[in-house]
Design a protein around this ligand. Structure first.
Ligand code: DLL
Length: 448
């Protein structure tokens, strides 16, 4: 049955060119697994030979590179966590000396040292390929004007999308974030067909366009690649309605590569994780045990081709589910279902686990309020309390704010099961993001 399905997918793929790298993207899963095993062995060998910390850890776990005989042996490898990168700051986890590196990126993090990641020229090239593949699967094509509003700099979003767009044969507009009025003008003037931005910034662009009387839906925009932060399907519908694009989810993280680790296809039935370059698992975040397919767990990623920074079983802290069933697009690579949030962002309100994206999904469906919000968490006595700040749409009279607050509280209670205080703010009062939105203001005392 599986063979029949694969053949069918391949025959659909070939004549219509639905895939940028058809040979890889539709590789039958058995062949994919064989390729992964070869590459996993090389990766473990690379880590063992060149990263003393990885070698010590593997040795402590009783695993040598030659012990990797099947993909199931992956489970014998120790996990890597974000603090490992900090503890070996800046270059202690690199498998190549500086004279073989081409670039560094870094993420600031909230405390202490940044996380630094390094790339060889070949790593940059692989990244460009995967980002081009992601853009193509989202619907971008050669010759498209690609407006890139991801931040340029140490953040991987800007340069990652940039190199991928060039590799695809697109015409990149390297905007970065900010100067939103100018973004609106250039999207229209340059007839951008593709927009790359965080979903929250895409909405900020839509809002500025509307306030200027510009209808972005009448421009050339057709495709949006939105990622770098969790967003809900409700937010997707809002973005599509206001920008006139097909909004596609793209995922990645600097520790593994940057944007383009996974991306939705036209079916938008989960994000294809590019399995010729990465191994994906989900685990129980408390016990570290593998979760059965389809059940929510923490996403763990192993790189298969990275030279400068091979990552063994990196714990992303992102919560999701995996699906390996064939997708209608013909790609055989597994699907990562929408990332509901990070483990770190999960709030526990009187025993109920809540992700900001769940609150977002409730808010965006409601009339009279704008799709901008912040969640304030405070400690009262021994209990955590949540206050949701929402923003009235322009033109809503202030004497209706009380009724709006009441209605929002009611919907949150009935759909998520938590009691939240609601503050209705005036239009424009909630800060707009130019990159990743700050959704939660945590005012609880920090643990010492
Ligand atoms: O955010 C890379 C990226 C840039 C991805 C542009 C997509 C588009 P970091 O700054 O290292 O890298 O942050 C990685 O962001 O672990 C997730 O928690 C979150 N994240 C990224 N994409 C998504 C997404 C970039 N599509 C962290 N949905 C990850 C939900 C996402 N969360």
């Amino acid at each position: 049955m599986a063979a029949v399905l694969e053949e069918k997918s391949l025959s659909v793929a070939a004549p219509t060119r639905r895939h940028l790298h058809p040979g890889m993207e539709t590789l039958p899963r058995e062949q994919l697994a064989a390729l992964q095993l070869t590459r996993l062995r090389e990766t473990v060998r690379n880590a063992w030979d060149h990263v003393p910390m990885q070698r010590a850890r593997l040795a402590a776990a009783g695993v040598r590179p030659e012990d990797i005989r099947t993909l199931a042996d992956l489970k014998r490898l120790p996990f890597t966590v974000k603090t490992d990168l900090r503890d070996h700051y800046p270059y202690g986890m690199f498998a190549r000396p500086l004279d073989q590196l081409a670039r560094l990126h870094a993420s600031s993090g909230t405390t202490g040292k940044p996380t630094v990641v390094g790339y060889t020229q070949q790593d940059i090239s692989t990244w460009a390929d995967l980002m081009a593949r992601s853009l193509y699967s989202a619907g971008a094509r050669r010759g498209d004007v690609i407006h890139n509003a991801y931040g340029y700099g140490l953040f991987t979003g800007g340069l990652g999308a940039h190199y991928g767009a060039e590799r695809l044969g697109g015409v990149v507009v390297p905007m970065s974030g900010g100067s939103t009025e100018r973004q609106v003008a250039l999207i229209m003037d340059f007839r951008a067909r593709v927009l790359c931005a965080t979903p929250s910034y895409a909405l900020a662009i839509a809002e500025v366009a509307e306030s200027q009387g510009v209808d972005l839906r009448k421009g050339a925009l057709r495709v949006g690649l939105f990622g770098a932060e969790p967003w809900s399907n409700a937010m997707r519908a809002e973005i599509e309605a206001r920008l006139g694009v097909k909004a596609v989810d793209i995922y990645g993280l600097s520790e593994i590569m940057g944007p383009g680790v996974a991306c939705e296809c036209e079916c938008r039935n989960g994000l294809h994780g590019w399995e010729d370059h990465f191994l994906f698992e989900t685990i129980d975040p408390d016990t570290g045990r593998p979760m059965p397919e389809g059940e929510a767990g923490e996403l763990v990623i192993t790189t298969l081709t990275k030279q400068a920074l091979p990552m063994l079983r990196y714990r992303t802290r992102d919560i999701t589910r995996l699906a390996t069933a064939p997708c209608d697009c013909g790609r055989t690579h597994l699907r990562i279902l929408r990332i509901t949030g990070r483990n770190d962002d999960m709030l526990i309100i009187r025993g109920v686990n809540v992700y900001p994206s769940q609150i977002e999904a409730v808010l965006i469906g409601l009339p009279a309020i704008a799709p901008h919000y912040q969640i304030v968490v405070q400690r009262r006595g021994s209990l955590d309390e949540v206050e949701v700040e929402v923003e009235a749409l322009p033109g809503i009279p202030q004497d209706e704010f009380g009724a709006i607050a009441h209605s929002v509280a009611h919907h949150i209670k009935s759909m998520i099961g938590i009691s939240a205080g609601i503050t209705v703010k005036l239009p424009g009062e909630i800060p707009r993001s130019q990159g990743k939105a700050v959704r939660v203001r945590d005012l609880r005392p920090k643990a010492q």
